[in-house]
Design a protein around this ligand. Sequence first.
Ligand SMILES: CC(C)CCC[C@@H](C)[C@H]1CC[C@H]2[C@@H]3CC=C4C[C@@H](O[C@@H]5O[C@H](CO)[C@@H](O)[C@H](O)[C@H]5O)CC[C@]4(C)[C@H]3CC[C@]12C
Length: 763
Amino acid sequence: MPAKIHISVNGEFCDKEGNVIQLRGVNLDPSIKIPAKPFLSIHTPIVDGKYFEDADKVSFINHPLVLEDVEEHIIRLKSLGYNTIRLPFTWESLEHAGPGQYDYDYMDYIVEVLTRINSAEQGMYVYLDPHQDVWSRFSGGSGAPLWTLHCAGFQPANFQATEAAILHNYYIDPKTGREIGKDEESYPKMVWPTNYFKLACQTMFTLFFGGKQFAPKCIINGENIQDYLQGKFNDAIMTLYARIKDKAPELFDNNCIIGLESVNEPNCGYMGEANLDVIPKERNLKLGRTPTAFQSFILGEGIKCTVDQYKRTFFGFTKGKPCTVNPGGKKAWLSAQERGTIDAKYNWERNPEWEPETCIWKLHGVWENHRSRGPVLLKPNYFGQANETVFINNHFVEYYTKMYNKFRAIDKESFVFLQQPVMKLPPNLQNSTLLDDRTVCACHFYDGMTLMYKTWNKRIGIDTYGLVNKKYSNPAFAVVLGENNIRKCIRKQLAEMKKDAKSMLGERVPVFFTEIGIPFDMDDKKAYTTNDYSSQIGALDALGFALEGSNLSYTLWCYCSTNSHEWGDNWNNEDFSIWSPDDKLLYRENRSKTPTRAPSPTSTTDSISTSKSKLNSSSQPPSFIKLESNLDLDSPSCSLETDLSGYRALDAIMRPFPIKIHGTFEFAEFNLHNRTYILKIVGKTGMTTATTHIFLPRHHFALNRLSIRSSSGQYTYNADYQVLEWFHEPGHQYIEICLKSKSRSSTPVSDDSNDLPADCIIS
Ligand SMILES: CC(C)CCC[C@@H](C)[C@H]1CC[C@H]2[C@@H]3CC=C4C[C@@H](O[C@@H]5O[C@H](CO)[C@@H](O)[C@H](O)[C@H]5O)CC[C@]4(C)[C@H]3CC[C@]12C
C-alpha cells in the first residue's frame, strides 16, 4: 500500500517522517469529455437535431478506459516512474438525463476503474477533477450537460448560425467523415478556446459565478440561476465522491484516492469587461471570427452583424478582412414553445419577468433593439465593476466556499485542490478558515507559442505567464530569444507561479501542476511518418527542466488510450497524449533499425558492485514498478520494450527525479543531452541513516556506464525498480549521476566537489 501523503510546514508533499516526496503522473484520460455510447466525438458531424435531442440518453461508461485495459495502462505509466493519476470526469457524465437524475451506473463504473487502478501493482495515487472546457461540448468543449444551457434559455442547435460557439462537429463532412477545407479556412487549430469569448460560454460562466449580481431576473424554481447551477453541480460531484467512499472505502484506507479538485479552469465570463463594444486590449487570443460582446448579443438575437476576423501569422494574431455573419433569423435563445416544452420536462418554473426568446442581457437592460436605431448598447460597462481580482476573490471564492464545505462534510482527510483561473493568481486566502492543512493549489501551465503554433520554436519564445498577467508594459518585452533562454524563461515562469500562489495562499500550501503538456501534432504531424520527435522532445524537455527546477509535482496533460494520428485525442483536433497506439508501430520500426545492443564496452563501473537488496516498497510512494526479471543490465531498457512502445518523445518524458528526499530540496537538473542528473538537497540533521530515493531510469542510465559521485554517502541501485538509494550525511549534499563516455575513464569533477568514490551496490 502506498504511503500516506502529508504536507510539510514548507508546503511540500512529504511522508509521515517529513521526507519530501514528489508526485508525477498524467491526466487519464481525455476521452471522459465525450460520450462512449453512442460514441460522439467532438468531430462527429451534426446532421440533424438528434445530437441535441438524444443528449439525455448518452452513456460515458468506458471513458476514461475500458475496464479490462486499466491494469495494462497503469503498468505502462508506472514504468515511467509515475505515481499519480489525475482522473477527470464531467458533470455531463453524471447528470446528463436531467437535473437530479444521476447515472449511477457510470458512478459505479468509476468506482470499478479506481478499484482496478488501486490493485494494479501497488496502485497509484489518484485525485478527481470535475473537468470542463468552455462550459460544455455543446458550446465547443466539454463538461456541463445540455440541460444547463436550456436552463439559461439557450437553444444550442442555433449556436452555429449565431456564432454563439464554434464546434468542431460542424466542420466535418458527413459524407466522408473528414475535415472540411484546410485548417485556417475551416476549423483552425486551437480555435476551441476562443469559445471562452463567445456568447454561449461567456454567458454560462457569468450566470454560474455571478448570476445573482448580473442576472437577478434569471430565477428558476425560486432560486437565482447561479445558486441553482452551482447547487446542482456540487451535488452531482459530491454524490459521486460519497458513492466512492461508500462503495470502496478501501480506496481511501489504502491511500489511493488523495483528493478532489474544485473545478477545472474556472472562468470569469463577461465579468471584468469594461466596454462590451470593443475586444478587450488585454485579450491575447483572437482567432477566426471574433465578435465583441455586444456583437455576440446582436447575433444571438438573430440579427446580421459584421465582425472582425483574425488569422494566426508569424507575428501573432493578425486582423484580416471583417466578415458579415447572418444568422438567417435563427436565435441562440429558445422560442416560447421550445422553452415551454423543456420547462415542463424538467419541472422548471421561471420568474415571469424572464421572457422567452430574448437575450438575457437585453432583458437586464444591457442593450436594446431600438425600433428605428436598431441594436443600441445601453450599459457598456455593465460587467465592469467585477474586475479579474474582484471575480477571483469574491465570485470564485463564494463558489469555492460551497464546494469546500460540502467536500469537507464528507471527507476531512483528503486533499482539496483549489484551482484558480488558468495562469492567474489564486484568491488571497491567507488566514482564512477556508484554508486547511490539506489544501493544495492546482496550477496549469501551457507555453503560448508551443500551443498556438504547434511547433517548438528554438529561436523565439514568449513569457506566457508574464504576458497573461500583464507584467510587461509592452508585449514585445515578453519575447525571449534562443533555446537556452526560452528554457530558462519557462523555468522562471513556473517558479514565479509557485511563488505567486504561495504569496496568496501561504507557504504551507503545496503547488501542484495538475495540467502541463505539449501538442504532439507539431510541424504538421511530421513525426508520425518520420518518427523524428525532436521538436516534441525539445518542448517537453523544456517543461521537464522547468518543473525539476522547483521540484514541482505534476500530472501531464495527457494520456489518451485511444489516441490516433488522425484524430489525436478525439477532441477538438487536440493531440496531447504522451502515448498512442499508432506510435507502437513507429517505435518497433525504429528499434529494429538501430542495433539492439552496442558492443559491450569495457566496464567503467568498477566502483559499483552488485548485491541482492530488497526495496521496502510498503513504505514508499507507489512509483516503483518491478521490471521483468533476467535483465540484461548492459541494455538500458532491454526488457521494457512492451511497456514503452507507443510512448512519444520518450527521451523527454522518462526522467530521473527524487521520489523521496531525506531532507529538503535545493536544486535538480536533468541534462538530456549529456545524460547527467544533479540533485542538491539539505539532509536532515540528527539522523543516523539518511536515505534519499531517486528514480533513475535505465532508459537513460545504462548501468555499465553509470558514474555517480556525491558530497557524501553510498548508493544502492535497485535495477528492478530503477531506484537509486542514496545514503548520505546531514546538511548540504549533492549527487551527480552521469554516463561515462565510452572512451572516458572518469567523470568530470567540478572544482568545489568533495568527491567521494562512488560505492554503489546494484541489486
Ligand atoms: C505569441 C503567442 C501566440 C502568445 C499566446 C498568448 C495566448 C494566445 C495564450 C496565452 C495563455 C494561453 C492559454 C493557456 C491555457 C489554456 C488552457 C487550455 O485548457 C486545458 O488544456 C488542454 C490542452 O489544450 C485541454 O485539453 C484541457 O481540457 C484544458 O484543461 C486551453 C488553452 C488555453 C486557454 C491557452 C490558450 C492560449 C493562451 C491564451
